[in-house]
Design a binder for this molecule. Structure first.
Ligand SMILES: Nc1ncnc2c1ncn2[C@@H]1O[C@H](COP(=O)(O)OP(=O)(O)O)[C@@H](O)[C@H]1O
Ligand SMILES: [Mg+2]
Length: 322
């Protein structure tokens, strides 16, 4: 669906996107992830023909973004970072206006707008002025606009930016639903969103691609040690015994109240020591109230991937939903 080859954008002496190449297959939901200023929006603008590339090229559904930009635009629904809307138009009126601009016939347009409003749950605000809408509704109007001509490909630039956690959850479900009918390339800061909706993630930093893989594989590739938490009533010697378990690198005990101790075990990346810990606890007759492993998240993978070369503050712009 998308094939980008050495796409490059330089702004006045500064390279925002540096020879990036990637593909997005039909039906995929791909997350485009990276810290602020990584070059995500610039890349998406080039793909949607809103910005010309300094070097390189791309095709969308087989059409070249230069030679067939009209064909490309027809097949893309683009929701830009800051959704541009006309504040003094009513929602339904605006969407019909947009549908007509995108070449839909009168009847076709009315039906398509009704469908897009239904998909984005906009029926209640159809007659409201856009200026009076909340941020969440505005984002949905932007999405309905992107959808109205039933494009094969949706390109969404931080569609959940500025939404509250409840709205983020709703939009996540919506994106999943849309993924059944459209190929989606979505840029976002919200890692949990990517982890749950995207089959593949492209991580970009300072204009270059750092990784492209499924969220699960990115987490698996993580080189940091795992960790296991044990909360038990156990004597002071327990730490030494736990440390002797194969795969345990380090044990950090800390005393809780009423004789309980929390042991945090740093373990080799690929080994699961929980069974051995359980057996030891039974042998030693320790009382156990928790035994759990802390699983790595996409956020860990992301931070790991970027920290090698980046200054520490570059990943601090990340948000996780919680
Ligand atoms: N119109 C522009 N003129 C000059 N520099 C720009 C312009 N747009 C973006 N940039 C710069 O290009 C880099 C990438 O920006 P952008 O693609 O918006 O990143 P992201 O969307 O990943 O946050 C940033 O350093 C940004 O300051
Ligand atoms: Mg951006």
């Amino acid at each position: 669906m998308i094939e980008a080859r050495h796409l490059t954008k330089r702004y006045a002496g500064r390279t925002a996107v540096d020879h990036i190449s990637f593909e997005v297959g039909k039906g995929e939901i791909v997350g485009f992830l990276g810290p602020n200023g990584a070059g995500k929006s610039t890349t998406l603008r080039m793909l949607t023909c809103f910005l010309s590339a300094t070097e390189g090229t791309a095709t969308v559904a087989g059409y070249d973004i230069y030679e067939d930009s009209l064909e490309v635009r027809r097949r893309i629904g683009y929701m830009p970072e800051n959704v541009p809307l006309y504040p003094d138009m009513r929602v339904g009126e605006y969407l019909r206006f947009r549908g007509r601009l995108k070449g839909l016939g009168y009847r076709e347009c009315r039906a398509a707008v009704a469908e897009a409003m239904d998909t984005c749950s906009l029926a209640a605000v159809e007659r409201k002025m856009i200026a009076t809408l909340s941020k969440g509704y505005r984002q949905r109007v932007g999405l309905a606009d992107a959808l109205v001509h039933k494009p094969e490909l949706l390109i969404l630039d931080e569609p959940t930016n500025g939404l509250d956690p409840g709205q983020i959850r709703q939009s996540r479900n919506l994106i999943r639903e849309l993924g059944e009918r459209h190929t989606i390339l979505i840029s976002t800061h919200i890692l949990s969103e990517v982890e749950m909706t995207c089959g593949r993630v492209i991580i970009i930093d300072r204009g270059t691609i750092k990784a492209s893989d499924s969220p699960q594989n990115l987490i698996r590739r993580l080189r940091r040690p795992g960790s296991v938490l044990l909360e038990a009533k156990a004597p002071a010697t327990a730490a030494t015994k736990l440390a002797a378990i194969a795969g345990v690198q380090e044990v950090n005990p800390s005393e809780d109240q009423d004789g309980w101790t929390s042991f945090v075990l740093a373990t080799d990346p690929q080994s699961d020591v929980r069974e051995a810990v359980h057996e030891l606890a039974i042998r030693e007759s320790w009382k156990v109230r928790e035994l759990s492993s802390r699983t790595a998240s996409l956020e860990d993978a992301f931070v790991d991937l970027l920290k090698e070369e980046s200054p520490p503050e570059s990943s601090s712009s990340l948000k996780t939903e919680n």
